[in-house]
Design a protein around this ligand. Structure first.
Ligand SMILES: NC(=O)C1=CN([C@@H]2O[C@H](COP(=O)(O)OP(=O)(O)OC[C@H]3O[C@@H](n4cnc5c(N)ncnc54)[C@H](OP(=O)(O)O)[C@@H]3O)[C@@H](O)[C@H]2O)[C@H](O)CC1
Ligand SMILES: [K+]
Length: 540
């Protein structure tokens, strides 16, 4: 079942994020299965539904043909490149279905092996019998056709059964297909040929698709920044894989979705007073970087914390009081940076007063700041939010990481992550390192990106689908720190705060982009749109 959802006031087809374009039932979209698990889901469905593998292939191809028919007209010629496995089998069925709908179709068989899957053979035979004049065979690069533009190229060469890097003349064909990108549309079936679903495809020849029609699930590879230019726009097409398998099979990787977020969100108590929703403390700012402190305090307030106190250097007092009158201010003895914030916690009473501390935006990395951070970590034992320069201090003094209260949330961007935990050869290795570090430190680690990855102490990783390139702007991270600190102060568990806060942040960013454009939006606009994002989540 596919249901189209959209934000209030935003057209369903606004190209802001995948999830706005089409939304699928949580059971099908939330879990990210490996290619081995997808194969098992396939087998389970065939055995339990029951359905024959040929029927399942027909079902999958029908979904693809329907999608293609919705997005193109019979005036556009189709060139469908088929491999010898089941991905190629899908290609034969798509070719047959499109011809039936009145499209001009040529199907090409790549003879990359002498072994053909049974379902591929069966569908190829049907096609050759019905449409012999529509088939061409490819044995070498020289057999690649001359294609008149504009046309649609369907890549059904390799799917999730790819077991090694593509080389030789088949790699030549992949390059030829990519040479046709300009002026034509390349649509990959299930996964672009050459791309590995669960491992890095760096330096491997891969089809560079404009669209990928992925069966039932997102593949982990689609969420990796290194593959951004390969899969294009991903469309998940449900093909009716067995819900029992989907529900009961454990996975490490998940994609958060609106329904999941709606269940995390807690409506406010009608009898609430400002004490109900916690007192948050944000330790931020330095000379020239007071904006970071203001943004995090504003975001914290607009996410619902009962009280917000901002700990800032002397120089920022007027700035903060004028920019955010709803926040209280504590100033450091130093005029330009924070050097004695641990002194806020003279006794247990004050430690208890602040339900959560967020630290880092615009903080600077002065030695006195680092010393104060060490003392703070010794005094405060609730989960904190640690960002920006506070992370850079942890990277400079790695022993401090052991003092961070368990359950705290670290929010590095990729460079901060590398400073903290070292470099990785590719984004799959980095994801593994992220997950390992969350387990070994018992902290939540949020790695910022197009699909921000949130690693939990139990080894699970959640990807966030909201957000857009307009958020790659100064202050966006400070806003996230304020949001997360606010949710923790209000009593959300670290995991709930992490998933909800990151989703809200991205959604507010999407709403800001829709209103002002990705170019013109600034971090302050993300805060302005937080209210609309809350209303959307509440109203789901
Ligand atoms: N998910 C589902 O429920 C459904 C999926 N469908 C489609 O099936 C494919 C997976 O099909 P499978 O047959 O397992 O694998 P592929 O078609 O992707 O590829 C297998 C063939 O590829 C050859 N191969 C593998 N790597 C290379 C390479 N680097 N160079 C050359 N050839 C390669 C392999 O050859 P061997 O020599 O290793 O035997 C095979 O010939 C899935 O992606 C979906 O598209 C169903 O149709 C519907 C249900
Ligand atoms: K493919």
């Amino acid at each position: 079942m596919t249901a189209v959802r959209c934000y209030p006031g935003i057209k369903a087809r606004e190209p802001i994020g995948h999830y706005i374009i089409a939304y699928h039932e949580p059971a099908t979209i939330m879990k990210i299965f490996s290619s081995a698990q997808i194969k098992a889901a396939d087998a389970y469905t065939i055995a339990q539904e029951p359905v024959s593998s040929l029927q399942l292939m027909e079902r999958a191809a029908e979904k693809c043909a329907a999608w293609l028919d919705l997005h193109f007209t019979p005036q556009t010629p189709f060139h469908i490149f088929c491999g010898m496995g089941n991905n190629g089998g899908d290609g034969w069925v798509i070719a047959r279905l499109l011809l039936k709908k009145g499209y001009t179709v040529t199907a090409y068989l790549l003879h990359h092996t002498t072994r053909q899957s049974a379902d591929n053979a069966a569908n190829q035979q049907v096609f050759r019998e019905q449409y012999p004049q529509h088939v061409r065979d490819i044995y070498e690069v020289g057999d690649f056709p001359v294609l008149a533009s504009p046309c649609v190229i369907v890549d059904a060469i390799f799917g999730t059964g790819l077991n090694r890097a593509i080389d030789g003349w088949v790699a030549g064909i992949i390059h030829k297909i990519n040479d046709q990108r300009n002026g034509n549309t390349i649509v990959a079936i299930d996964i672009p040929s050459g791309m590995l679903a669960d491992a890095s495809s760096l330096h491997i020849p891969t089809v560079k698709a404009h669209h990928t029609l992925s069966f039932e699930f997102y593949k982990l590879a689609f969420l990796m920044p290194e593959n951004a230019a390969i899969a294009g726009e991903v469309h998940v097409l449900p093909i009716g894989l067995h819900p029992e398998y989907i529900t009961h099979t454990p996975v490490r990787f998940h994609l958060t979705d609106p329904e999941m977020i709606h269940t995390i969100y807690q409506p406010r108590d009608p009898f609430a007073h400002k004490g109900t929703y916690g007192h948050a403390l944000l330790i931020a700012g330095s000379y020239g970087k007071m904006g970071a402190a203001v943004l995090s305090a504003k975001a914290c307030l607009h996410t619902g914390a009962g009280l917000v106190s901002s700990y800032i250097p002397e120089c920022g007092y007027n700035i903060m009081q004028i920019a955010e009158p709803c926040a209280m201010c504590i100033t450091d003895i130093h005029p330009h940076y924070n050097s004695h914030f641990q002194e806020v916690f003279r006794n247990n009473e004050t430690t208890d007063q602040y339900k959560c501390i967020g630290i880092g935006p615009g903080l600077g990395t002065e030695t006195a700041t680092a010393k104060a951070l060490e003392k703070l970590l010794e005094l405060y034992n609730r989960p904190m939010v640690i960002d920006a320069d506070a992370l850079n201090i942890l990277a400079s003094y790695p022993y401090l990481l052991r003092k961070v209260p368990p359950g705290s949330i670290l929010t590095p961007h990729p460079k901060e992550f590398t400073r903290l935990f070292g470099p990785s050869a590719n984004h799959f290795d980095r994801l593994e390192l992220l997950s390992q570090k969350a387990v070994s430190t018992q902290l939540y680690i949020l790695l910022k990106g197009r699909y921000t990855a949130m690693a939990c102490p139990d080894g699970a990783v959640y990807f966030n689908p909201t957000g857009n390139p307009g958020m790659a702007t100064g202050g966006s991270g400070d806003v996230l720190t304020g949001i997360l600190t606010s949710l923790l102060a209000q009593g959300y568990s670290p995991k709930a705060a992490l998933l909800l806060g990151t989703y809200l942040h991205g959604m507010a960013g999407d709403l800001a982009a829709a209103k002002y454009s990705q170019e013109a939006m600034a971090a302050t606009d993300i805060i302005t749109c937080l209210g609309q994002a809350f209303l959307y989540i509440k109203g789901l």
